[in-house]
Design a protein around this ligand. Sequence first.
Ligand code: TZP
Ligand code: MG
Length: 210
Amino acid sequence: MASSFPYKLYLVISEEACLHDHFLKVAEQAVKGGVDVVQLREKNASTEEFLRKAFWLKEVLDRYEVPLIINDNLDVARQVEASGVHVGTSDIPPSQIRENWRDVACLGYSIEDLNQMESSETKTADYLGISPVFKTDTKTDTIIEWGLSGVRKIRSMTDKPLVAIGNMNAENAAEVIKAGADCIAVVSAICASQDPAKAAEQLRNEIEKS
Ligand code: TZP
Ligand code: MG
């Protein structure tokens, strides 16, 4: 599909999710393994800390020409000149992000309820997160578990790029792509791995062959 979101393997990273190495090292290894877009998601950091981490991460990703997306913080995103912002249903609405950042390159919005598919907020997003595809211990305040049927349903309702997130791994990536997702997003499959580069490579292989 032609889109402004040509990415296939999306790393959603936070410092605390990285169990075996510093998060900047994990991000770099993941990119070497095949991650082509990275989101910094720091739910517990102060703005100052978030900003500092974002600057560091941006510096690493720029070396590989991999875009950085910031979770739910417009100020941090703009200050580090990120490629975009990702928001969920309880965050700043996408329309407001666009009003305040006219040339935002990449605006992501999580779909947690089928009713959202009719909303103008969904129409304004550049890509949609299917959240979560499968239940996950990484984010427990979720409403639905979309499963493969949910991915197919959302696919039938939009041409927008779809990013699948929630307990995604090398075992289930191919079937989720076949169900209609364009991109696979992971936290723990890479951040909790002893070998983030290899984990990314395995995921990338599954995506490419499906
Ligand atoms: N949004 C929906 S599920 C999720 C987010 C941020 C967490 C995904 O983490 P994991 O470890 O890949 O299941
Ligand atoms: Mg949120």
